[in-house]
Design a protein around this ligand. Sequence first.
Ligand code: TYD
Length: 214
Amino acid sequence: MKNFITLEGSEGVGKSTQVRFLKEYCEKNNIDAVFTREPGGSKIAEEIRKIILDPDNKEMGDVCEAFLYAAARNQHLKDIVEPALKQGKIVFCDRYIDSSYAYQGFGRGLGYDFVKRLNQLAIGEFLPQYTIFLDLSPQEAFLRKGGADKADRLEQAGSEFFDKVYQGYKTVAEQEKERFIIIKPTGTKFETHDKIVEALKQKGIFPDNNAESN
Ligand code: TYD
C-alpha cells in the first residue's frame, strides 16, 4: 500500500528515538505524515493493548495473543491508517505485521504460515510499501546499552526468546527483499537517522531537494 511505512526491530535497538527523529524531520520539512504505533494507536486498539501487555494475564495462550494483536491491528487500520492514507498522507507505523511474524511466529513458535494466514484476514490489502528494519542482534543491542549488567538481565528475561525474534526478522527480511529497508544502527543515533532519511529519499517517499537546498 503506497505511502504506508512501518518500522521494526527487536527490543533496545533505538526504534523509539528514530521514530521521534523522523517525526521531527517531517515537521521541519512540511511533510504531511501521520505517526502511529502498534499495538494500540486508537481507542479500542489501545484497550486491546492493555489486555495483551497486562503482566497479570500470565495464563494467556500464544494463539490468543496472536489473535489479539491481529484484532488490534485491524481496528487500528480502520481508525487511523486507512483514513490518513486516503487523505494522501504518509503513514509511519511503529511495529506492524512483521512484529507478529518475529514475536508470535518465531519467538513463540506459532510459525510463519500461521501468522500469515491469521494476518491476511486482519490486514487485507494493507501490506506496507516499505518496512524499515533496524537490524541489531539482541547481544549487540544490550552490549551497546551498557554491557554486562544489562546483558545479565536479558538472560533472565529469556535471551533465547529474543534470539528467535531476531532470527525471525532476518528470515522475513530475506523473503521480502523488496519491501524491507535494512538499516544497521551501529553508528550514532544521528547517523542512523541520516541513513533512514537517505533511504526514504531514494525510494521516493521523501522529496529529495538536495540540489536546491544548498
Ligand atoms: P512496546 O512497549 O510498544 O515496545 P517497543 O517500544 O519495543 O515497540 O511494546 C510492544 C511489545 O509488543 C513489544 O515487545 C513487541 C510486542 N508485539 C508483538 O509481540 N507482536 C506484535 O504483533 C506487535 C505489534 C508487538
